[in-house]
Design a binder for this molecule. Sequence first.
Ligand SMILES: Nc1ncnc2c1ncn2[C@@H]1O[C@H](COP(=O)(O)OP(=O)(O)OP(=O)(O)O)[C@@H](O)[C@H]1O
Length: 380
Amino acid sequence: MAEYRKRYAFNCEYYDVAADLIRPYTLFYYLSDGTIEMFDERTKRCFLKRTTFPLDLDALDIDRHVKIFGRQLKIVSYGDAFTKTAFDSVERTYAMIKPGTFEHVPSIISRIEESGLVIHRLKSARMSEEIAGRLYKEHDGKSFYPNLMKMITSEPMCVMELRGEGCVKRWRDLMGPTNPETAKRENPRSLRALYAKNITYNAVHGSDSSSSAERELGIVFGDDGKCPLRSTASATPFCTCVVILPHAVKEKKVGSILQHLDKSLPSNAFISAVQMFTLTPEQTKEFYAVYEGATPEYSAMVRHLSSDSCVAVCISSESEEIVGKMREWAGPKDSVIAKAIRKESARALFGYDSVQNAVHVSDLVEEAPVECGYFFKLLQ
Ligand SMILES: Nc1ncnc2c1ncn2[C@@H]1O[C@H](COP(=O)(O)OP(=O)(O)OP(=O)(O)O)[C@@H](O)[C@H]1O
């Protein structure tokens, strides 16, 4: 191929809110001069002639979004083998926050985000015996195997896919040595030094190589992308839903928001489930249905929530007052107003305006279980 024509190709989707249509485009990036070009796959015509544009190649990935001259495109797949080979090489690892450590999920997510690693998938789950058996096959027959199986299926835990250069080693460094006593001596800031109870309940797990990571991610998240593990969400007796919005996920504020939330919970409430989702515009409209026609920001809210990954949180409680309490925690809808009158609220601390306002929280006691059910039942 002539050097001038060498290019990456990405199949993208643009959600046209006004027409309520998803428009497919191919985005090209020319390596020789950093120019871009767009092709409209519906009309089969050039949409944007080859032009200079500051495209951040590091930010390009499947399911991620890229803004081209104000148009938010979602990358759905690589357009050719050349592009796939160049981009599909990002290192991934399988990470697990083990049973007995669920209360530390907010702090552990913060540490992951601070380290620069990217959380690509996240789900709080109950490990089944079948999946655990496949995961820990190599330890079958060892003296500690029965205890290991008992531990891993005993309580809620969290499964994650982490991404980033060298992430297998970086995550294992963050975890620290297998035995917490050694961890305390050799790496006192490591997660096992801080949160492990003993060698069995040792807080976290990480794949030991890229090939193990591929195997473990396939087992836990399903080779077809459908995670076989049951969610931990509990809607009884009462629950409410918090959604950490895409801008905050992208800015790596999930851990800080969860920590802030956790501190504000009354003693009769707890975080029962946390999960990352990437909603389609149709799913977002379904979720935000009650706001259509009721708020001027509706279209912008749909655009934002469907623009990238969000994190849904289920808060369970013994009292229905939890719905009001979480609204209070979130603060005024517009972060600008929140910054003026409720400086300590989540929207004041983590949001920008009335659309990128860090969190969505259930408004009404009747809506809260429906919203939790949407994420933690319907989308499972
Ligand atoms: N001697 C032991 N006694 C009790 N449990 C053990 C022992 N060795 C390992 N385990 C348990 O089995 C898990 C898997 O063991 P492995 O040797 O693969 O450790 P690791 O690679 O540091 O940890 P992980 O695989 O969980 O990241 C350990 O995390 C620990 O929970």
